[in-house]
Ligand binder design. Structure first.
Ligand code: ATP
Ligand code: MG
Length: 564
């Protein structure tokens, strides 16, 4: 490609809207342009990166025995209604109507569509297992589209789905996909960690996320310094607490007037008690009725854990009216003592509070010297809060948890029969019995992976692409395009290197051309300048800055070795 022809509008200044380095550099390097919030056009360089990421994914998925298909992005509501997700998916789903007023959505993920395909096309156990995948545009109306390709509203995803006759077969394919994902991210030269994850809106059983480690990644990763357990913030467990509840000897519960003091901060300041001593009481509504969840004042409730403990899908904080009805007090004075008519669930840390403080279920009043077991009880005690740095590891129960940051690039799930059961997707087993299909699903964000590679590898001058996904591998830079000899040599090397080379034939100063080269991040530069008098050219590596002088006749061969 000749640089004079390439549409790569590089920018000298940092664009104001870009908060993270990958977004900034992709804009500056002329790879992407924003059309609307979370919606981008890929320019030639950006598209080449995307295509290389897709090509690696495709090769490895094919190698792993998966078959590529291509499903529509425009999806009829009926299939989503079959699984109930039309209601549950909420505002993230782009919903539209056709001219006959029939409802559709733009696909955010394709479990329903693939399950429909397979229930119609697969009849017998002989056709199983089966893994299908596609690389396709997804649509999600994210609450906060940001960080460029990291969190778009229209983005490219590889999604794969597997179908099985039994759990052992799912287990085998899940492991196969796990290994395939490792190969994909290894080939891209990424530094990542695999963590246990919450299944979110896709649901099902066990799931793991592939996290590219990066300082300003959106996700917190908790890992045990001793046994290697790693989990996302959402799903990081906490080791069982040892010891039992105690109360301060001789204390009795005392009601205190706390006018207008509602939040943990207000009450703890007013009563001069630490937030650790306070029992935070949160009232939730679920499809199985209202519940009260208790966590320590300085802890944050984890709603995913609460959902799991309750076995519910729909959970939301109760509104004022419901709270007043249950606690008989305005919001801000709820507490577990003498709380009737709701199930009470407690985080384990709450039961160990000595000398607790909590709401009195009475306007402007709190209770002091409250103790678990003596003054109130919970129906279930367990792990209900977000993990913190230094918590005990839930796996080895010995090590402590450390925290690092990452970007979720891939997610693999064991779905089980979550979709197939609701959609009656069955097959006939060896004894001609009708059985429900067992499923797995496996996603990779294509654009997000490219952005994550930049987050992991860049410097003040620009992007440092891993060789495998660089838009072009080599930039050939004649110092002065007016010098016929320099141009002749440059053309020769360019021809010898073929499709992965760019020739910077612009009549620009050498400084400008090298700045653009570093910004775009070509792994190798061939600079044809002063040394040509001695019959030599410079070969420079973007990653290390290493420079080598080689004879003109050997340049192409040398470059081929470096990028090979
Ligand atoms: P997140 O928690 O970041 O919203 P998710 O759990 O909703 O991600 P999945 O439904 O598992 O994501 O989608 C599979 C993959 O698609 C993710 O691992 C991620 O790489 C990518 N992805 C998800 N949402 C977006 C988005 N809004 N923009 C770009 N890529 C995305
Ligand atoms: Mg999401």
């Amino acid at each position: 490609m000749k640089m004079s022809r390439l549409l790569a509008p590089t920018l000298r200044e940092d664009p104001k809207e870009a908060e993270v380095v990958s977004h900034r550099l992709m804009l500056r390097a002329g790879m992407i342009r924003k059309l609307a919030a979370g919606i981008y056009t890929f320019l030639p360089l950006g598209l080449r990166v995307l295509s290389k990421v897709s090509a690696i994914i495709r090769e490895e998925m094919d190698q792993a025995g998966a078959q590529e298909v291509f499903m529509p992005a425009l999806l009829p509501a009926e299939l989503w209604q079959e699984t109930g997700r039309w209601g549950i998916y909420g505002k993230e789903l782009f919903r539209i109507k056709d001219r006959h007023d029939r409802e559709f959505c733009l696909g955010p993920t394709h479990e329903e569509i693939i399950t429909d395909l397979v229930r119609n096309q697969v009849r017998s156990y002989r056709q199983l297992p089966l893994t299908l995948y596609q690389i396709q545009t997804k649509f999600r109306d994210e609450v906060r589209p940001r960080f460029g390709l990291m969190r778009g509203r229209e983005f490219m995803m590889k999604d794969a789905y597997s179908f099985h006759a039994n759990d052992a077969s799912l287990e085998e394919e899940y492991r196969n996909m796990f290994k395939t994902y490792c190969r994909i991210f290894d080939r891209m030269g990424l530094n990542y960690k695999v963590v246990e994850a919450d299944s979110g809106a896709i649901g099902g059983g066990f799931s793991q996320e592939f996290m590219v480690l990066a300082d300003n990644g959106e996700e917190e990763i908790f890992y045990c310094e001793k046994c290697g357990y790693a989990a996302s913030r959402e799903s990081a467990g906490i080791g069982k607490y040892k010891g039992t509840a105690t109360s301060v000897a001789g204390s009795v519960v005392k009601e205190i007037h706390t006018p207008g003091q509602k939040t943990i901060e207000e009450v703890s300041a007013f009563l001069k008690v630490k937030p650790e001593q306070m029992i935070k009481t949160l009232i939730y509504e679920t499809e199985k009725g209202a519940v009260a969840a208790l966590v320590r004042g300085d802890h944050e409730i984890n709603e995913a854990k609460l959902k799991k403990m309750l076995g519910v899908e729909d959970l939301k904080l109760a509104d004022e009216k419901v709270i007043e009805k249950i606690t008989k007090a305005p919001v801000g004075f709820a507490g577990p003592v003498n709380l009737k008519g709701v199930r009470i669930l407690a985080d384990q840390a709450v039961t160990l509070i000595e000398d607790g403080v909590t709401g009195a279920n009475k306007k402007d009043h709190h209770l002091m010297h409250v103790a678990y077991g003596r003054d109130y009880k919970a129906e279930v005690v367990g792990d209900l809060r977000f993990a913190l740095h230094r918590d005990t590891c839930p796996k080895c129960e010995q090590g402590h948890m450390a925290v690092t940051r990452g970007i979720e690039v891939g997610h693999i799930f064991k779905l089980g029969t979550k979709y197939s059961e609701k959609m009656k997707a069955t097959y006939l087993d060896e004894g001609n019995q009708e059985k429900t299909l067992i499923m797995g699903c496996y996603g990779i964000g294509v654009g997000r992976t490219a952005a994550a590679a930049i987050e992991q590898s860049n410097d003040k001058d620009g992007i440092i692409w891993p060789m495998a996904i660089a838009p072009y591998l080599v930039d050939i830079v004649p110092a002065n395009t007016e010098e016929p000899e320099q141009m002749r040599v440059a053309q020769d090397i360019y021809k010898a290197l073929g499709r992965e080379a760019v020739l910077d034939d612009r009549p620009e100063r050498i400084g400008v051309k090298l700045k653009d080269a570093d910004l775009i991040g070509f792994p190798v530069k061939v600079i044809i300048g002063k040394a040509l008098k001695e019959g030599k050219v410079e070969i420079k590596l973007r990653k290390t800055g290493e420079v080598k002088l080689v004879e003109v006749g050997k340049a192409a061969e040398e470059v081929a070795k470096l990028v090979g």
